[in-house]
Design a protein around this ligand. Structure first.
Ligand code: NI
Length: 435
């Protein structure tokens, strides 16, 4: 079983090099891309594969949302326009205390639907009731790096009875490598202000034993940064580095206030820098030093963060903002180029999440691909397709989404998710939560 997409414009990466192929043919075989080339392959055409005419369309690698909290779709537009600490402690945590695993499941389904329709094929999540998120992700057919957000400010020498870590370990055992390795499980100390240092160390040691990667919020606000200097005499990055957290492969969300030295540490330990421009702007956290991180060669990827601080899961907005805000903030039109922003959302994201052989349209790679309709007015003329994608594209231009060689979304239709059922259940769970 496979597809042949003909007459297509392919925009992809050859490792770090941008590659644009006109009139190309892309073939898939099972979950893989089996051929990327020019000209027709008559043998393949006779093989019974399904042919798709790509005229007037672009094929790009699936977008990777490298930091989100999908069930927070339930909290979309609830408690907007507040400072991060007020928003989180006085509003979000209060509703989250009432959440059941059923709420989380339906909130996840809603988020998955939104992401798929916008061309996101892969995401990194941090939340709780992760088994239900994994169940939803598995049903959707999407690729995911899931984690249980771990918080405990109690300073102890032994955390072997910590129910959160126990849950995280169980989730890891149950789901890591499941669904043709589309689902993997990370360990997630939430942030330095919600985790005692010894707790972070305990999480680190558990993750190391299991061979798991790390997902953590780092230096999101100036308040976090200054509190860290006061409490530990060092920056959040230095603090986590000294605790040995970055000895494991890690993704660090936000990094808004990281210093030059912090970025050297991130580079030394190959920590991926997850830029969340919308969330940082909305919560007034600041603008992350992305141009400096890129100059140092740090792997920068993009995330939406949760829907309550964004308020959507639309990666096209993140690409657009990543390509724009640094130019404005630094009064430098070269600060982040269109191509770099597009790479952050595709190849860099796949690399950050550790899904090797995804994030590029390349022979032997996973067939995680998105067809974009280029017939819309905002794509014409086509002087530069990558500029058009970064500055002009809309999530609604996404026509077809493949993950692991399977079509999950096609022209408004979800192949694995039940739209009506999801909308009904969202209404039901929200009535209880917000009554
Ligand atoms: Ni977050």
């Amino acid at each position: 079983m496979g597809y042949i997409i003909e007459n297509i414009t392919v925009i992809t990466w050859d490792d770090d090099r941008l590659k644009v192929l006109e009139n190309a043919t892309v073939e898939t075989d099972g979950d893989r891309i089996s051929r990327v080339g020019c000209g027709k392959n008559d043998a393949a055409r006779r093989s019974g594969k399904i042919r798709i005419d790509g005229t007037g369309k672009a094929l790009i690698p699936g977008l990777v949302n490298a930091h989100t909290h999908i069930p927070m779709t339930l909290l979309r537009s609830y408690a907007d326009d507040l400072a991060l600490h007020t928003w989180l402690f006085d509003h979000i945590f209060k509703i989250e205390d009432k959440l059941t695993d059923d709420d989380v499941y339906w909130g996840s389904q809603l988020g998955l639907m939104e992401m798929l329709a916008g061309g996101t094929t892969c995401f990194a999540d941090m939340y709780y009731f992760v088994d239900r998120i994994a169940e939803a992700a598995a049903e959707s057919g999407m690729r995911a790096l899931l984690s249980r957000g771990l918080t405990n400010n109690e300073d102890k020498d032994d955390y072997s009875d910590d129910y959160r870590i126990k849950e995280a370990v169980e989730t890891f055992r149950r789901w890591n490598g499941a669904e043709n390795n589309r689902i993997r499980v990370a360990f997630a100390p939430h942030a330095i202000y919600t985790c005692a240092p010894k707790y972070i160390k305990a999480i680190r040691d558990t993750a190391e034993k299991l061979g798991a990667v790390i997902h953590v919020h780092v230096d999101e606000t100036l308040k976090e940064h200054n509190n860290s200097l006061n409490q530990y005499g060092k920056t959040p990055t230095q603090h986590l580095y000294d605790l040995g957290l970055f000895d494991l492969p890690a993704i660090a969300a936000h990094c808004v206030h990281v210093t030059d030295t912090d970025m050297d540490l991130m580079m030394e330990k190959s920590v991926s820098f997850i830029h969340n421009p919308t969330s940082n702007l909305k919560l007034g956290s600041g603008i992350a030093p992305v141009p400096d991180a890129l100059k140092k060669g740090i792997n920068v990827a993009l995330g939406t963060d949760g829907a309550s601080s964004n308020n959507n899961l639309n990666m096209w907005e993140e690409i657009n903002l990543a390509a724009l805000i640094h130019k404005g903030a630094r009064q430098d039109p070269l600060a982040v180029r269109a191509e770099e922003a597009f790479r952050m959302a595709t190849a860099n994201g796949a690399r950050a999440l550790g899904f090797n052989n995804t994030g590029q349209i390349r022979e032997g790679f996973s067939a995680d691909m998105v067809l974009i309709d280029l017939s819309k007015p905002h794509y014409l003329p086509e002087h530069n397709i990558v500029s058009n994608l970064a500055y002009s594209a809309q999530a609604s231009d996404v026509e077809t989404v493949f993950v692991d060689g399977r079509i999950l979304y096609d022209k408004g239709e979800f192949k694995t998710l039940d739209r009506e059922k999801i909308l009904y259940n969202i209404k039901r769970v929200c009535e209880r939560l917000f009554s």
